[in-house]
Design a protein around this ligand. Sequence first.
Ligand SMILES: [Mg+2]
Length: 362
Amino acid sequence: MNEMSATPIRKIVHIDMDAFYASVEQRDNRDLRDKPIAVGGSAARGVVAAASYEARVYGVHSAMPSVTAKRKCPDLIFVPPRFDVYKAVSQQIREIFAEYTPLIEPLSLDEAYLDVTDNLKGMEIATEIATEIRARIKQVTGLNASAGISYNKFLAKMASDLNKPNGQAVITPKNGPAFVEALPVKKFHGVGPATAEKMHRLGIDTGADLKGKTLEFLVEHFGKSGPYFHGIARGIDERQVKPDRVRKSVGAEDTFSKDLHAYEPAREGLQPLIEKVWGYCEANGIGAKTVTLKIKYADFNQITRSKTVPGLLPAITDLEEIISLLLAPIFPPPKGIRLLGITLSSLERRAPGTEPQLRLAF
Ligand SMILES: [Mg+2]
């Protein structure tokens, strides 16, 4: 049976800027070119928001504590972020996308899915569209982008990593299933370290292992993610590219390799999550009124703490403040903290002219 026959084959392009914040800084400051740089953090505290490829060679990556990054790469240069500039560049690339399709779904300032099945240029070959878009981005912004081309979002996203930086890759309907089977599940988009570990305990290490499990088994162990995992194991992902996605909430969470007992590391662990959820809202022009902090203890007991404000949160610093206020009373915690999560809800589209402030305190 041809499993693709239920829906017409779509052409999806995932565009991902290479080391975005760091590349913008290197573009704008000659002294930083070809050097290991970290945007965000400082030699003494905070976390790295983005690392240049020169820094990645040393094992420096985003969300890494700055102190660790400096130890791995003693010559690392810390650069303060300029979110207003990143946002402006993001707008430039968004305008380029819009020349090709109105079906643009941004994931963050530097990443988006494009459905180019029926594109505005009448181009037949999605690979050629991706090549053109990357060339236009280079021409307009001076920056490199990578692209993944495939017949669904999951595979397009996986493909954009294959020839990074400054490259692109295509996964066709013919080679999609085999590609997924060979892929370690820990590399799957949507499978975080905690889920990968759980899959490993269930004997699932590759796409082929995942494909070997029934839908019932996956639902039993992974709940509402079960059907998604069942589909992607077969190279199937029916999610549409949604340009004006009206979501009820935006969330991010992280399971820590060691249980946390002190306030400082917990607050630091939350910073990348704050940036992730805020970045998503920014990229999609939405704001939030309700902030929920989730705390899961080592024994898997879970509590949440919420705060709702009267108007949309104006700036990321307001979100940071609320998170700190919600987190502080938890300490000292009754048990070690295994996982922290942030959810933003009561979402509303931001009216034009009420753009959030882009200041980011590290
Ligand atoms: Mg990127």
